[in-house]
Design a protein around this ligand. Sequence first.
Ligand code: NAI
Ligand code: MG
Length: 359
Amino acid sequence: MKIAVLPGDGIGTEIVAEAVKVLQVLDLQFEMETADVGGVAYDRHGHPLPEATLKLAKEADAVLFGAVGDWKYDKLERQFRPEQAILGLRRNLGLFANFRPAICYEQLTHASSLKPELVSGLDILIIRELTGDIYFGQPRGRRASPDGAFAGAEEAFDTMRYTRPEIERIAHVAFQAARKRSKRVTSVDKANVLETFQFWKDVVTEVGQQYPDVKLDHMYVDNAAMQLVKQPKAFDVVVTGNMFGDILSDEAAMLTGSIGMLPSASLNASSQGLYEPSHGSAPDIAGKGIANPLATILSAAMMLRFSLNQPHAADRIESAVKDVLAQGLRTADIWSEGTRKVGTREMGDAVVAAITKKT
Ligand code: NAI
Ligand code: MG
């Protein structure tokens, strides 16, 4: 098993170091190789996704990614910005399914922006399609408006598009994921207004006929945004397009307390995947040793489960994370009165200790 380790910028190096430490105590046969990505790669090699990094990622079974970006790169031309590294990896590895679990750990229910009873026991999975939708649809651009009340005025436009195969493959991913959970899928669309999402709804419904054991319902995105804060536990698996998924997954993330707790996975058709925390490079706290490494450690657990076929090792990590929370250890982002504030390294050490104690 080969893992490409791409720490990136800001807190990326700090949090990935802890996840690597955790992977190393599992007694599994990994080959881990580290490479530069993002702003740090631009500084050293003149490109946010150097050839050598891309080659390593392509050859690996999985990529463990930290985060990229810093305000100091904001003035660079778009193609050299750190974020281009993520888009380039997604494109080159064919990653089309983004998994974002939103799990509210028992000890952190009070950290949520919702009432504890609404989030206690929350465990939902948002699956976002990554390759299509208005983010990539052509044509796009700026022009003089050809018609309408403001004909002749300057305008900008994007195009929302989805092909049948794109919808079918993400629908299969969602139904299969639901089979391993409580067998419910909510497909989120805007079929009442958008042709693209009427098509989405039709295709998801067709695919659903192959999964008679999974209950499928459909919800408009505006209602879904509302239900997520009204009764989030009513959801199990949510599947949606690129843009709605971008927004809803951030909304769901906030229900659980801290962005520092949320892992993510992006998979392709051969279950090769890129695993990263849902948060960014947090330049405001980088280098201070206070970032929460748990989102990255939990991403490593997802990597073991989805790409490396080591579900038992994944369970060990997840249970160790629950242990350290139960011990009252908290990084600053999840700290509250009566708990013990620890730094990044101490949190990683505690997870390692919880794993080794049990073996
Ligand atoms: P961010 O997620 O980096 O930070 C938002 C807030 O959450 C900050 O106050 C930060 O200190 C805090 N935070 C984030 N992760 C944390 C952790 N593990 N522990 C404790 N606190 C944490 O988002 P922001 O500030 O919008 O973006 C900063 C940079 O990150 C930008 O350059 C942005 O482009 C990049 N970014 C990169 C992503 C990626 O690599 N996939 C995703 C999102 C943003
Ligand atoms: Mg986002």
